[in-house]
Design a protein around this ligand. Structure first.
Ligand SMILES: [Zn+2]
Length: 330
């Protein structure tokens, strides 16, 4: 995950607010983190939780490698609770269960963090419960409310939270910045691919220069070819080609990210959003075959399967197993 320094490059205002809060030891009881999809709301929430709990914080940066950080990163820390909508809304019972649990002291320490994703899905009753909760903040309890749509959060909640507004990322501007950088020899299609993986110039440069991203992209491309041309042998391909070339966990993650981009491209191309292609070139023959092969429904199913594979990898399920299961779901 990015450091606070790197987050501040992407989201200057929100990054600065949080870094200052930690430096001055003035962390609020509640934050409303709002921004459209892909602006890094969960990243911010995870970083805040890690900075609160990590025993090795350096200045404001959590180490991201200790047992505590790793558990927060994988969503398995007993004092960091994620609450998501059950069905279409976040219901009073969910909040009640949470409050019940918060009645006890922290399992590992006196601190607790709760993170409510899709906070716009809170029902009115659930909102009222949260309000009561925020009115009597327990010592060292931090609430992080995440939303795509700050407008739909009731004003009384808004007024009790410090608001962190995440700005939409300027991907096009980033691509141009990469290509204009004389220190980086990179072409347009490479910049598009890299811009989908990072918003940080120095990280982009490293990714590009290490070239691994292009090697992995090539294997992902072959996988998609395999699915189209020789579907029956996809499991064999996974063992004979994909896994031998993409071994360690970091590369596996990159492989899954690239797979997501490729299938999103196919979906976008189907829907004639050519300008949004990141993995493929619009004149790629495989892309044209892919839209004939994959229905929209199947693409959505595949994207979901890849997201779940990413989660499993994060939860330390063995990569070989994750990939075996994934390829069979395609
Ligand atoms: Zn740590």
């Amino acid at each position: 995950m990015k450091s606070w320094e790197q987050l501040r490059e992407v989201q200057p205002l929100a990054g600065k607010i949080m870094m200052n809060s930690f430096l001055k030891n003035r962390v609020s009881h509640a934050y409303l983190i709002q921004g459209t999809r892909g602006t890094g709301k969960k990243t911010f929430a995870t970083m805040i939780a890690m900075t609160i709990f990590c025993p090795n914080v350096n200045n404001v940066e959590p180490c991201q490698s200790c047992h505590t950080c790793k558990r927060i990163l994988s969503g398995n820390h007993p004092d960091v609770h994620w609450i998501e909508p059950e069905g279409k809304s976040i219901k009073t019972e969910q909040i009640r269960a949470l409050q019940h649990e918060f009645g006890y002291r922290g399992m590992e320490s006196a601190k607790k963090v709760y993170i409510i994703t899709n906070a716009e899905a809170l029902t009115v009753n659930a909102s009222n419960r949260i309000l009561k909760f925020l009115e009597e903040p327990e010592v060292e309890t931090t609430a992080l409310l995440l939303t795509d749509n700050g407008q739909s959060i009731i004003p009384t909640i808004q007024s009790r939270c410090q608001i962190l507004e995440l700005k939409p990322l300027q991907q096009k501007a980033f691509i141009n910045r990469l290509m204009a950088d004389n220190d980086i020899a990179i072409n347009e299609s490479q910049s598009r691919l890299i811009s989908a993986l990072t918003n940080n110039i120095s990280e982009a440069r490293t990714l590009h220069e290490e070239e691994k991203v292009y090697e992995i992209k090539d294997v992902v491309y072959q996988l998609i070819y395999q699915l189209i041309a020789n579907y029956e042998d996809r499991y064999l391909f996974m063992h004979q080609t994909y896994l031998p070339k993409i071994k360690d966990k970091q590369d596996q993650e990159l492989g899954l990210d690239l797979m997501l981009l490729a299938f999103k491209d196919i979906l976008n191309f189907r829907n004639q959003r050519v300008e949004q292609l990141l993995f493929f070139q619009s004149n790629d023959g495989l892309l044209n075959r892919a839209i004939e092969q994959f229905s929209e429904q199947r693409l959505l199913h595949i994207l979901q399967a890849i997201l779940e594979a990413k989660q499993k990898l994060n939860q330390n399920v063995h990569p070989t197993l994750v990939m075996e299961q994934l390829v069979l779901r395609f």
